[in-house]
Write a protein that binds this ligand. Structure first.
Ligand code: HEC
Ligand code: HEC
Length: 488
């Protein structure tokens, strides 16, 4: 996993609020909390007030990925024209002020490198940063190779334009445990970069070791995702972000206390005022900032993406002669071919992963019936029978729609970087990818609401291993994110 190895800083706050203790900034050495027992997670309520509806309006219909345009399967000859996205190398971040272009490719480490300098952020440092030309300009965003096939699926930017300053403010809040009830739990406690922006525990572990009954899903590639939570009860990322702060078993604070805490830090207040205007420290703006930060967390190109980008060339220019013609007729396109070929060779897929890809996409195994599009998710809800053997199963999507047919249906998670986010499923009940594949092989767990696309599969041991190898070939680098530098 790629991370910024800066050590945690200890910050103290003299306020009589939930933040009146040293910041427990998650460090790169954070150990996963131990799994505990109480069952509540699904009580995290999305607050859908009118303001929220406005922000979430465009996202209330699941953004169904356009199966043809967004599908990662490289079938269209148009793909060679796809502009190259820079590979996200785990390189040290450049100083932010060096290039403040308004056109960015998400994953660029400069966006998440934090305000330049070391130690707790001072008001002076924040003010100098806020005065940087271009820092408040709305960004036009592109996605890294692979995810880039889903650019038309991007949601939320009209309602909440991304700026460098807003992303940075969101980064700070995301890693700041001081806004929780006991000053220890931040968003990163359950969605830490070191644990794939998810958590290694079966259920999310909040203040005083409390847990709910759902596994922490990933907080990356959210820019391609509309409704949030396993049951989609939050219509947008902004609405989602408000939930955990006031959830008694997660951050166990109140929105009022969170706002009071933030107001107690002049370095925070200066940022809110510069970004959102005077007197603007409120929960809606906290959520806007966090959501902007989350939208920058995208997975970089995987071995699968490099191969998929090269494939149309291999199909279209199958012989040496074809390639020689291409070189003569269109040197630019030929150069693009050479670049993609070099990248695919530098990031090879194993034979096993290539066979797994064919299974994943084929009509019979058909994982792409649901794990489809650039982020391998149809953003819809399906019942695989997970947890349905319980006396009182988690009803999932049905609790949101009130529709019995949605019983036990949960949102299709992404396959990108899934190797890093065990345990799996909404209840964290499956420990390995091998176990997940076995679940599909046996046709899930029979129950009256089982999705019609889930049926017994005839898979050999080799097929199963190949499917796992394919999923691992979908791993791409995470952006480097500063997580220690917070307002003093
Ligand atoms: C105590 C652990 C915990 C904390 C703290 C926490 N989360 Fe979560 N998060 C979860 C769990 C568990 C879920 C799934 C809950 C559900 O679906 O009912 C979730 C869901 C999400 C989702 C939805 C992802 C998807 O695929 O739909 C996002 C995004 C997210 N959290 C971001 C955040 C942010 C931002 C914060 C801080 C404001 C935060 N979380 C704090 C555990 C946590
Ligand atoms: C009918 C739609 C559908 C099909 C087909 C499908 N999946 Fe899934 N997948 C889902 C849903 C929905 C979940 C979450 C279910 C839950 O938690 O109850 C899931 C979960 C997963 C997970 C766990 C991810 C995580 O973060 O917890 C993996 C891995 C996975 N699927 C791989 C596959 C593979 C491999 C195939 C093909 C053999 C496949 N899926 C076919 C919908 C589907």
């Amino acid at each position: 996993m790629i991370l910024n190895g800066k050590t945690a800083v200890l910050l103290s706050c003299a306020l009589a609020c939930g933040c009146a203790r040293p910041a427990q900034t998650p460090s790169s050495t954070t150990q996963p909390e131990s799994p505990a027992t109480v069952a509540v997670g699904a009580t995290e309520t999305a607050q859908t007030e009118p303001a929220a509806e406005a922000a979430g309006a465009a996202a209330t219909e699941p953004a169904a990925p356009d199966a043809t345009a967004a599908t990662p399967e490289p079938t269209t000859p148009a793909a060679p024209a796809e502009s190259p996205a820079p590979a996200i190398e785990p390189a040290a971040a450049e100083p932010v002020a060096a290039s403040l272009s308004t056109e960015v490719t998400l994953g660029d480490p400069a966006l998440t490198a934090g305000i330049p300098g070391d130690g707790p952020l001072t008001v002076e440092q924040v003010q100098a940063w806020l005065a940087t030309p271009g820092i408040h300009d709305p960004l036009t965003v592109a996605l890294p190779l692979g995810l880039s096939l889903g650019e038309r699926q991007i949601v939320g930017l009209d309602e909440n334009p991304m700026t460098r300053a807003k992303i940075e403010l969101g980064r700070q809040i995301y890693f700041d445990g001081r806004i929780s009830g006991d000053g220890t739990i931040s968003c990163a406690s359950c969605h830490h970069p070191d644990t794939g922006y998810a958590a290694a525990t079966q259920f999310g572990v909040g203040v005083r070791g409390q847990t709910g009954n759902r596994n922490s899903p990933v907080s990356y590639n959210r820019i391609l995702s509309g409704p949030q939570f396993w049951d989609g009860r939050a219509p947008s990322l902004e609405e989602q972000a408000k939930g955990p702060i006031a959830n008694p078993i997660e951050m166990s604070s109140t929105h009022e206390a969170c706002i009071e805490c933030i107001k107690g830090h002049p370095a925070y207040v200066a940022q809110f005022e510069a970004i959102f205007g005077p007197d603007s420290v409120n929960i809606d703006n906290v959520a806007m900032a966090i959501a902007s930060f989350e939208r920058t967390i995208v997975t970089g190109p995987s071995a699968y993406d490099y191969r998929a980008a090269l494939q149309p060339f291999l199909d279209q220019f199958a012989t040496e002669e074809d390639l020689a013609d291409l070189k003569a007729d269109d040197p630019d396109l030929y150069a693009r071919y050479e670049q993609l070929k070099a990248e695919a060779e530098a990031n090879p897929m194993s034979e096993s992963a290539i066979r797994g890809q064919a299974l994943f996409f084929n009509q019979e195994v058909n994982c792409t019936a649901c794990h489809v599009g650039a982020n391998f998710s149809d953003e819809k809800f399906h019942n695989l029978g997970v947890g349905m053997e319980a006396a009182e199963p988690d009803t999932g999507r049905a609790a949101v729609t009130g529709d019995d047919k949605d019983t036990g249906a949960f949102k299709t998670p992404t396959i990108r970087n899934v190797e890093f986010t065990a345990p799996y499923m909404h209840d964290g009940s499956q420990k390995t990818l091998e176990e997940v594949v076995e679940w599909y092989a046996k046709g899930g767990h029979p129950n009256p609401h089982l999705d019609e696309k889930i049926k017994k599969l005839n898979l050999s041991d080799q097929d199963k291993a190949d499917l796992v190898a394919f999923m691992k070939a979908c791993n791409g680098a995470f952006p480097i994110v500063e997580h220690a530098r917070l307002p003093e």
